[in-house]
Design a protein around this ligand. Sequence first.
Ligand code: NAP
Length: 495
Amino acid sequence: MAALEPKAYSAPDKPLRFAVIGAGMAGILCGIKLREAGFDHFTIYEKADRVGGTWRENTYPGIACDVPAHLYSYSFAPNPEWSHRFAPGDEIQAYFETITRDYGLGRYIRFGDAVTRLRYAGGKWNLETAKGHRDTVDIVLAATGVLHHPRMPEIEGLDTFAGPCFHSARWDHGVSLEGRRVGIVGTGSSAVQIVSAIVKRVRRLVLFQRTAQWILPQENPPYSEAEKEEFRRNPRRIYELREQLAQGFVEHFSNVVVDADSPQLRLLEAMCLANLENNVNDPELREKLRPRYRAGCKRLVVSPDFYQAIQSPNAELVTEAIARVEPRGVRTKDGRLHELDVLVLATGFHVDRFLRPIEVIGRGEKLLDDVWNPRPYAYLSVAIPDFPNLFLLNGPNGPVGNFSLIDVAELQLAYILQLVELIRAGVCREITATHEATARFEKDRAEAAKKTVWVTGCQSWYLDDRGLPMAWPWTFDRFRKVMARPTFEDYALAL
Ligand code: NAP
């Protein structure tokens, strides 16, 4: 620890300047916590014209968060007004807009301009935007999200479709679905929510399923006015509920999916199986909907009513592979043309982008694109060797999909701010994760990943090019513990 004593170098004579990239959940959090820590020199760069990230971009019918609302909120900003146990997307978007206003963050955000380049030189990060704006900062906080870049399917003839065709994360609200024939490609969380939300509005719904999903039936009851009033009068009640929800989520999900042999996972599988057996009447349809891999291997889909929706008389589940898209609809490999008016692509995201396509040039002119080829990595998900003073929130290999990403970001930011404190205190000017610590983390991670349910025989967005899960493969408790205090020896501190 002796190396951490302020010695030759004294505290910076100018206040530290930060660039935060992205004004989604994690970027807003950065703004709040930077100010709280006494840092006032920062800009939050946001390429869009509103805050909200995922919740700004995903506006498809039926969108809701499958983490309970009182858990999917900042720990320091409880919201007594959540309407349901699982909040709809527009409420979550409104929550982030309100928080941004309440915490006075508007004046720190530069909207409508994308960061295009970051270059480390002379101990500073030089930033450029698409509109030619330039900034020089001491520290970069990348809060650019994970499920952010829509993945378009490679299907022949997709651009020949005569009607509207859009990705679930680019919903075209100008297109009416009433009385129309709508096709949906994909059966992930997004598709399942869309199916349940629109089946009653459309004339015909065709769901193109490549792989069946396990569906965990979770009811979504509204909070009564009396409950909300109790939350308003007694915010302590929200904290107690949050604690309960967190404990339940960790015990029954987060800690379970990282241990393929755990009894709780068997319980989860039994619940999904019972849902299928009890709620799908037609044996042929039931077999089509029966996954051939273990529950939790893909990110578990949660829905109280998907099976009901897909059994509607106007709905059809198509399991024959798609051959191509034609102007009038989708032709499957059996030669059948499924005529459609609207085609929705609920085909997921490129999950390996993180702060790219920004061109990031680190120490020694190292390009992040090269360093992250063939796959992204970061020490403990927050720091990359050769990229000093650049920290990631919800970066590669974090507990994405396992827990409330808000809690994840809060823990990560508290950890990062402990590192930043070393710079403010004059212990060092530059902090970089060491190659040794990063290699050790990567090795341990790959080993632990073998025990998770994600490697038990399915394809999913969790898996990287080697088939190794890119998500945190340990318990959430371990994540919390590791994030509590940095192991400073795993960083190179330079003057
Ligand atoms: P996803 O889980 O990656 O699902 C994509 C779907 O598209 C899969 O069913 C996939 O089939 C299918 N697909 C992809 N390319 C295809 C092709 N060429 N032909 C046919 N089918 C194709 O994406 P997502 O549903 O958007 O969800 C992503 C993640 O976002 C979720 O896992 C969750 O973490 C998060 N999310 C959460 C919520 C929520 O809170 N409720 C809602 C939405 C999203 P295969 O399975 O065969 O690959």
